[in-house]
Design a protein around this ligand. Structure first.
Ligand SMILES: [Zn+2]
Length: 586
């Protein structure tokens, strides 16, 4: 018990496994955990999944077995059913909660689970996408999203009330799946459910960003635990990773766990128990977790650019902020508009908030700095955006691979080629009413990639997002760095590199960098403000700056000069699939 100082290690045994498992199988998996991870803190045991039901005798024997080993035991519940009805067709055999007979059966499963355990977690099938005749009738004129959000709020109460009728001490935990952009469509409702359930849990599986249809950038394994921690501070019990869709690449599996640890997940649940016996995953993970645990004791709390993603947002640019994270921009996603943040990032998802333009205007006017995407600007076109900028997102489609940077703060016009053509929507703007910091040059014309406007005491930036988000990775590194620098105006560090790096910042002058590059290379880390050198916290290696910029670039306005600080540039060598932790030495 208490294997690591900064997080617990748990696993989840699903019913199909437990039905066929014998005691020797359980012991063999436990021994494997003992050998490579030093043990297991907690196990979630699932009595029932679809047609699979574990007998009472067997379940009780397994509960005892785990407890005898000093392992904390909780329950697991997967809301799928083998209840058949010819008129109900739906994905993954989830329940049709519009129907009384399905509800009654579900309540029975909840009662059964609560009778065994003082805590259980709902695996991520606690949703409905049913469009059976009964659901169509009950939905009425509402959207599916509205209907299902209300329905699953009601079913959340049904779960907790039913469980506590059987076992008043039972703590009910809801796990939110990694497909966060689709939660509202399927009734996942953290806005309401976080206060109904005793705790929440986060799926941190980014799996295979390219070949999985879930299209989840790796940064999700860090950002989603942060989002849910910010949604319900202190109630996010942990992060869940399975080896599905990453078994072809051991590093990908390890990285998912590491990123959840970097996000300060309190518990890591490794799915699934029994499937990890003899696996290459646990030996490799054990070695890395040991290192990560030591480092996490020295790192502070995560910090990053406040990224407003309202609850139930469904306004386009799904997953976009995770692509920005893959450029090495440290983000702190939150469902709340943080008007005290020094800098805000808004994607089209922020348009879910009907008061967003009033909030944004007030924030920037008071001196805030906001970076918004072209998708957000387009969504707000007739809702007040023209008060803040002369820019208009047009339907013109332009492509190219040649860029000009000419930041207003900098006064240096330079040109760069990217590795391939990208396609963006042409943005029109009025010269000298709005400044273009960077343009895509296409034949004998050019279109903005990054625009800057003054508004009140603050600044508004509009970042032009390619239709294919992964085209962001084709920006020349100088263009990416210009963008990173705008995000980093109040951060301690940013990077000068290609894409496929993550930067994780902490509030005690420490940070980490992870590389997902395909080859080894030198990259630059730029520390802003007081800094003599940086130290690799694992090896102790000291890095001296290769360049120090004391005098910031300036153009016309003294106010901007004051925002720029001394910058110290460090050259660091990275191999793919590795990460390093650094301490800033002043
Ligand atoms: Zn239905």
């Amino acid at each position: 018990m208490g294997l690591y100082k900064n997080f617990k290690v748990a696993s989840y045994a699903h019913a199909p496994y437990l039905v066929q498992a014998e005691e020797k199988d359980i012991l063999r998996q436990l021994d494997y955990f003992d050998t490579y991870l030093g043990g297991l803190d907690k196990i979630y045991l699932e009595p029932h999944r679809g047609e699979h039901r574990v007998s009472k005798e067997k379940l009780e024997a397994f509960i005892k077995l785990f407890k005898d080993r000093g392992i904390q035991v909780a329950g697991g519940l997967t809301a799928t059913t083998d209840l058949m009805d010819d008129t109900v067709h739906r994905i993954f055999d989830v329940y049709c909660f519009s129907r009384e007979n399905f509800r009654e059966e579900f309540k029975e499963v909840v009662r059964e689970t609560a009778s065994y355990f003082d805590e259980f977690i709902l695996d991520d099938f606690f949703f409905t996408s049913c469009r059976c005749p009964e659901c169509i009738k009950k939905k009425g004129s509402r959207t599916w999203s509205q209907y299902r959000l209300e329905l699953m709020e009601e079913i959340a109460h049904l779960v907790c009330d039913t469980a506590k009728e059987v076992n008043p001490d039972c703590r009910c935990v809801i796990k939110y799946p990694n497909w966060f952009e689709a939660w509202q469509e399927t009734g996942y409702n953290p806005k309401k459910q976080k206060d109904i359930f005793d705790a929440i849990y986060t799926a941190a599986e980014s799996r295979n960003p390219k070949m999985s249809q879930q299209h989840l950038p790796r940064y999700l394994s860090y950002s989603l635990p942060r989002y849910l921690e910010n949604a319900a501070p202190g109630k996010n019990n942990g992060a869940w990773v399975d080896n599905g869709d990453s078994s072809n690449n051991l590093n990908w599996y390890i990285e998912q766990v590491m990123l959840a640890v970097f996000a300060r997940a309190k518990e890591i649940c490794l799915f699934g128990f029994g499937g990890l016996v003899d696996s290459p995953e646990l030996p490799a993970l054990g070695a890395q977790l040991k290192i990560a645990d030591e480092r996490m004791s020295e790192l502070g709390s995560p910090v990053g650019v406040s990224t407003y993603y309202p609850f139930n947002a469904d306004c386009g640019e799904d997953q976009l902020y995770n692509y920005i994270g893959m450029l090495g921009v440290p983000l702190e996603p939150t469902p709340y508009f943080e008007d005290t943040a020094k800098i805000l990032f808004l994607t089209a998802s922020a348009a879910e908030d009907e008061e967003i333009m009033d909030k944004l205007k007030a924030y920037v006017e008071k001196g805030g700095r906001a970076i918004v995407t072209s998708g957000f600007a387009k969504a707000m076109e007739n809702k007040g955006m023209s008060d803040m900028t002369s820019a208009r997102i047009t339907d013109k489609v332009v492509s190219g691979d040649y860029y000009c940077t000419d930041p207003y703060i900098g006064d240096r016009r330079e040109f760069f080629h990217g590795p391939g053509r990208i396609t963006v929507h042409g943005i029109d703007y009025k010269t000298n009413a709005t400044w273009s910091d960077c343009e895509l040059v296409s034949e004998n014309c050019n279109y903005p990639m990054l625009l800057r406007d003054d508004y009140g005491m603050g600044e508004l930036y509009i970042l032009n997002i390619p239709d294919n988000y992964s085209d962001l990775y084709k920006l020349p590194k100088e263009v990416m760095t210009l963008i990173r620098k705008d995000f980093a105006r109040f951060n301690r560090a940013y990077i000068e590199a290609e894409s496929q790096y993550n930067l994780f910042l902490y509030d005690n002058d420490t940070f980490a960098v992870a590389s997902y590059r395909e080859y080894r290379e030198y990259m630059n880390i730029v520390v802003r403000g007081d800094c003599e050198k940086i130290q690799d916290m694992s090896t102790g290696q000291i890095y001296e700056p290769i360049r120090v910029k004391d005098q910031p670039d300036q153009r016309f306005d003294v106010a901007y000069v004051m925002q720029d600080e001394k910058e110290s540039v460090f050259e660091v060598y990275f191999s793919p699939g590795t990460y390093k932790f650094f301490r800033i030495i002043k």
